[in-house]
Design a protein around this ligand. Structure first.
Ligand code: NAI
Length: 328
């Protein structure tokens, strides 16, 4: 079966290329969008990532060129119009879990970097500057950590933070049995009590701009916000104002609402036009990484395995364990 593989990187080609024979992957550097959907001509499936566009128009185009299946190489599916996919008879499957520890550990890495300012210390020491001014951090032990979303990644994060001796508050409308061992709270309490907040919930209508002007105002002054979930969970313009006023003490972003045009590509020779992103990069207490939370060896191996399982279920007509649908 021929599969159009969008947003392909060298590591994708290496890992998925090993499976060639079973599937005929057409590796495409381009993101999937209205202009590139035609490249899937003759493919029964497309294999896509977080910043590919699977809006109704694109799905309609894909259907016209013969595509019957979308294999997401990620957990989140906010970039897919699931209603349109169902109407067009396109099956959508994702990779629900692939080392949740990869993302949870990256969230912790970002927290520790911002707190202990190792990114700044690294540069200073390399220049022979051993001055400590400006590098003061805070102890994590005893701090209150609020976690939005206690799914696989959120729980892995909670466990680590508990290990640091933090009090962990969890806000999740559908908490699992495991999540109930933590202190479950409503979001108002989480906003008001947390010294550190980490976002691990999906981007949905009700979580879009979960952090905006109003919620920043209700948060503890000088709190730390870590977003490894999805960019749209935070209103970045409001975050800039909250950073300027000191309402946010530290901000870590592995994801950004407008990341689609920049992340995953080398932009170092061009002019970045996004003034919000550029302003965020000027703050000494903001750490931005380019959506690399998932990027560990173990996670990538898990992604390959589950994506192939999804493609196999589609071709063999078996049970599609990881299908996503609008009413799921
Ligand atoms: P999951 O599906 O296991 O857990 C999501 C949890 O969020 C569930 O327990 C759900 O009940 C909860 N939730 C739903 N609505 C909520 C709300 N309004 N408020 C609070 N909680 C809510 O998902 P998983 O695997 O833990 O992933 C979480 C998110 O992390 C994904 O949706 C994705 O956006 C992001 N992600 C980021 C990656 C990165 O590289 N930075 C990689 C993988 C996922």
């Amino acid at each position: 079966m021929k599969v159009a593989f969008y947003s392909a990187k060298e590591y994708d080609k290496e890992l998925f290329g090993e499976q060639e024979g079973e599937y005929d992957f057409l590796f495409l550097k381009d993101h999937l969008g209205e202009e590139t959907a035609a490249l899937a001509q003759g493919c029964r499936a497309v294999c896509v990532f977080v910043n590919d566009d699977l809006s109704r128009e694109v799905l309609e185009h894909l259907r016209q060129v013969g595509v019957e299946m979308v294999a997401l190489r990620c957990a989140g599916f906010n970039n897919v119009d699931l209603v349109a996919a169902a109407e067009l008879g396109i099956v959508v499957a994702r990779v629900p879990a692939y080392s949740p520890h990869a993302v949870a550990e990256h969230a912790v890495a970002m927290l520790l970097t911002l707190n202990r300012k190792t990114h700044r210390a690294y540069n200073r020491v390399r220049e022979g500057n051993f001055e400590l001014n400006g590098l003061m951090g805070f102890d994590l032990v005893g701090k209150t950590v609020g976690v939005f979303g206690s799914g696989k990644i959120g729980l892995a994060f909670c466990k680590i933070m508990r290990g640091f001796g933090c009090e962990v508050l969890v806000c999740d409308p559908f908490p699992s049995a495991e999540a109930k061992q933590y202190h479950l709270v409503e979001k108002e309490e989480l906003f008001e009590r947390s010294d550190i907040v980490s976002l691990h919930c999906p981007l949905l209508e009700e979580t879009h701009h979960l952090y905006d002007e109003a919620t920043f105002a209700r948060s503890k002054r000088g709190f730390t916000l870590i977003n490894t979930g999805r960019g749209g969970l935070v209103n970045a313009k409001a975050a800039i104002e909250a950073l300027k006023s000191g309402q946010i003490g530290y901000l870590a972003m592995d994801v950004y609402e407008e990341e689609k045009d920049y992340f995953f590509d080398d932009q170092s020779s061009g002019i970045i036009q996004d003034d919000v992103l550029m302003r965020l990069m000027t703050f000494p207490n903001v750490l931005i990484t380019g959506h690399q939370g998932f990027f560990t060896k173990e996670a990538l191996e898990g992604i390959v395995e589950t994506t192939l399982e999804n493609l196999r279920s589609f071709t063999l007509g078996g049970e599609m364990r990881h299908a996503v649908s609008a009413d799921a």
